[in-house]
Write a protein that binds this ligand. Structure first.
Ligand code: ADP
Ligand code: MG
Length: 373
C-alpha cells in the first residue's frame, strides 16, 4: 500500500523533500511548455497549506542544465526561493532559513554524479535535508536513482497526487476486462519487446502498427522496401502468435508519391510510413466490442504528415465504450491536436515509466515507497 501525500498530518514547519519532475522544455532562459511544472503544483500547494517547509528536487535531462529558468516560472505560482546547490553548505543554510509555508528549489540533482549512480552517501545527504519524502516524479520512477529509490529507504515516504493518479489510472490495464485489445505502435521494437510479451499474456488481442510492425512484415517474408526496421530480429518467436493482428494494408512513400497499398504489393523503393484504411476498417468491430483498450505508439510517421492511421485510431478509441488507457510521449504529441483527450478513461504522461509499469506491473520508485519505513 502506498502512503498518500494527503495522509501527512498538519506538518507545521516539517521539512518535506518533494522529488518532482520539473524537466520542462526551456528555450533560451524561458520555460517553453509549463505542463510538467503546473502538474506538481497541487501536491506542493497541499503541503504548503499544511505549513510544511517544502524542498523541491528535480533533474533536467541535460545533466549539466540549470533549474534557474524553472525557478523563474515557479516563483510566480508559489512562495519559492532557489539555491544553486544540492546538498552542500549553501543548500543546508537555505533549508535552515526556510519558513513554514515556503518552498525552496534545489539545483539540478544530476549535477551530482551520485544521483544517477544511486550513491548511498548522496542519498543520505539528500535525506538529511528533510523529515519526510514525497515522490511526485512518476515519469522518472523507472530509474534506480538516489532521489527515487535511495532516499525512501532513509526517511518516511509518501506518494504525491500525480504519482497516485498515474498508478491508479494505469492499474486497470494490468488486469483488463475481456474482450480486451492492446495496440502497440511507434518505433524501436527493442523498447517495446517486454511490453509486447506481457500484453500477450493479459490481453485477448494485440494490434501492432507503426514501425514496429515492419519487423513482423519483414520476418514474415514481405517486401518492406526502404521502411524503418530494427536491427534486432526478435520477432521470430511471435510470428505464429494467434492473438496478434497485423495491418493488411499500408501507406507508402513511393517514387511516384504517397499511396495506399496492400501488404503484398510494397515495392523495393517504397517506405511504409503509415497503416492503411482497410486495416482500420477491420479493427473497428474489435474496438467497438472491447471492454478494455490500451494504446501506446503512433501508427505512422506522424511528424512528417503520415497522421491518418493515428488520427483514425484515436477517433475510434474515443468513440468506443471501452475503458481506454492511452500513453507515450509521441503518442500524446501525435493526438493532442485532435481534442480527444477527455474522451479516454486515462491519459498517461509518463512515457518510459508507463511502458515499464505496464510491462512489469510495478516500478523501482513504487517499490521503494512501499518498502519505506
Ligand atoms: P511513444 O513515445 O508514444 O512510446 P515511440 O517513441 O515508440 O512512441 O514511437 C514514435 C515514433 O515512431 C515517431 O517518431 C514516429 O515517426 C515513428 N513511427 C511510427 N510509424 C513509423 C513508420 N512506419 N516508419 C517510421 N517511423 C515510424
Ligand atoms: Mg517516444
Amino acid at each position: 500500500m502506498l502512503r498518500r501525500v494527503n495522509d501527512i498530518g498538519a506538518a507545521s514547519s516539517m521539512r518535506v523533500l518533494v522529488r518532482a519532475d520539473l524537466n520542462a522544455p526551456v528555450a533560451g532562459n524561458t520555460v517553453a511548455d509549463s505542463y510538467r511544472l503546473d502538474a506538481v503544483l497541487p501536491t506542493v500547494k497541499l503541503l504548503l497549506a499544511k505549513g510544511a517547509r517544502v524542498i523541491l528536487a528535480s533533474h533536467m535531462s541535460d545533466s549539466s542544465g540549470s533549474l534557474a529558468p524553472i525557478f523563474e516560472y515557479l516563483k510566480t505560482k508559489i512562495p519559492l526561493s532557489f539555491v544553486d546547490d544540492i546538498v552542500g553548505p549553501a543548500a543546508r543554510a537555505a533549508v535552515e532559513s526556510l519558513k513554514g509555508g515556503n518552498a525552496l528549489l534545489l539545483q539540478n540533482i544530476r549535477h551530482d554524479a551520485g544521483e544517477e549512480k544511486n550513491d548511498e552517501a548522496f542519498a543520505q545527504a539528500l535525506a538529511s535535508l528533510a523529515d519526510i519524502y514525497v515522490n511526485e516524479a512518476f515519469p522518472v520512477s523507472h530509474r534506480t536513482h538516489a532521489s527515487i529509490v535511495g532516499v525512501p529507504k532513509l526517511i518516511p515516504s509518501y506518494a504525491g497526487l500525480q504519482f497516485l493518479a498515474e498508478v491508479e489510472g494505469l492499474t486497470p490495464a494490468l488486469s483488463p476486462e475481456s474482450p480486451s485489445l492492446a495496440i502497440v505502435g511507434g518505433a524501436k521494437f527493442a523498447t517495446k519487446e517486454k511490453l509486447i510479451h506481457t500484453l500477450l499474456k493479459k490481453y485477448d488481442k494485440l494490434f501492432i502498427g507503426g514501425a514496429v510492425v515492419n519487423d513482423f512484415f519483414k520476418a514474415k517474408g514481405f517486401e518492406v522496401g526502404r521502411s524503418l526496421v530494427s536491427d534486432a530480429m526478435h520477432v521470430a518467436g511471435l510470428l505464429d502468435e494467434p492473438k496478434i493482428i497485423m495491418p493488411v494494408d499500408v501507406t507508402v512513400s513511393s517514387p511516384s508519391g504517397r499511396m495506399d497499398k496492400d501488404l503484398g504489393s510494397v515495392g523495393k523503393d517504397d517506405a511504409i510510413d503509415d497503416i492503411g484504411p482497410k486495416s482500420m476498417e477491420n479493427l473497428w468491430p474489435i474496438i467497438e466490442k472491447a471492454k478494455t483498450i490500451l494504446w501506446n505508439g503512433p501508427m505512422g510517421r506522424f511528424e512528417d504528415g503520415f497522421t491518418r492511421g493515428t488520427d483514425d485510431l484515436a477517433k475510434m478509441v474515443a468513440k468506443s465504450n471501452a475503458l481506454s488507457i492511452v500513453g507515450g510521449g509521441d503518442t500524446l504529441s501525435s493526438i493532442q491536436n485532435l481534442k480527444l483527450m477527455d474522451k479516454f478513461t486515462f491519459v498517461s504522461t509518463a512515457g518510459g515509466a508507463m511502458l515499464d509499469f505496464l510491462a512489469n506491473g510495478t516500478l523501482p520508485g513504487i517499490e521503494a515507497l512501499t518498502k519505506s519505513k
